[in-house]
Write a protein that binds this ligand. Structure first.
Ligand code: ATP
Ligand code: MG
Length: 201
């Protein structure tokens, strides 16, 4: 095949691809509040959610964040986003269960926390609500999955919600519009590297 023929075929292929992409973009013309679930055991769930918070703020949207498990109090995202106008940041959980070791207290904390999250889901001035690590209180049974799903379904129609955490319940994934599973191919922690500021917290 000579060079001209190669170029002609390349051009044809790109024109075909452009037609397919343009048609798909034209079909996706609905505007609606989305429910996103970021789950799986690989790294990147919370940081992806906070990336969307940054995007939303760039569009002058109002962002609410609820953190259901508080691993540590010195995260870069909390320090950064608490300084930004347009962000409401709530720490609603305590440490991981193996640190708190008090199931009754964990349940009370989670239920009080859900009341705060619920207020944001009932408030149409929030354009994006991030429910970080919500899967844990759900999977431990501290929160009722059905009532959480009811509150999600009854939220304002244009409000976006992002839920993060490992092991997202199947019903929650079925309710969601976009579901991403981060897979753990490798993590530096297992090679003995401690949590790094700016990367891990
Ligand atoms: P990140 O906040 O970095 O996006 P994540 O939200 O996907 O991570 P979590 O389960 O919430 O993951 O854990 C948060 C912390 O644990 C981060 O410091 C992260 O680097 C670390 N981490 C995440 N996945 C793994 C893993 N598979 N092995 C070891 N450490 C992990
Ligand atoms: Mg996380």
């Amino acid at each position: 095949m000579d060079r001209d023929e190669q170029e002609r075929r390349y051009l044809q292929r790109m024109q075909r691809r452009k037609r397919v992409v343009d048609e798909a973009v034209a079909r996706a013309d609905r505007q609606q509040g989305l429910l996103l679930v970021l789950t799986g055991s690989g790294k990147g769930k919370s940081t992806s959610a906070f990336g969307m918070a940054a995007r939303a703020l760039g569009h002058c949207m109002q962002v609410g964040v609820a953190q259901f498990i508080k691993g540590r109090s010195d995260t870069g995202e909390e320090a950064f986003f608490r300084r930004q106008p347009g962000v409401s940041w709530h720490v609603l959980g305590e440490g991981f269960t193996w640190e708190t070791q008090d199931p009754r207290r964990d349940r009370e904390v989670a239920q009080r926390g859900w009341e705060v999250a619920r207020k944001m889901l009932g408030d149409s001035s929030f354009d994006l609500v991030i429910l970080d690590e919500l899967t844990y209180p759900l999977n431990y049974g501290w929160l009722s999955l059905q009532s959480v799903m009811d509150d999600l379904e009854n939220r304002p129609p244009l409000q976006h919600v992002v839920i993060t955490g490992r092991g997202a319940p199947r019903q929650l994934c079925e309710l969601a519009d976009t579901v991403t599973e981060m897979s753990d191919v490798r993590h530096a922690f297992r090679a003995g590297v401690g949590a790094q500021p700016g990367i891990d917290f």
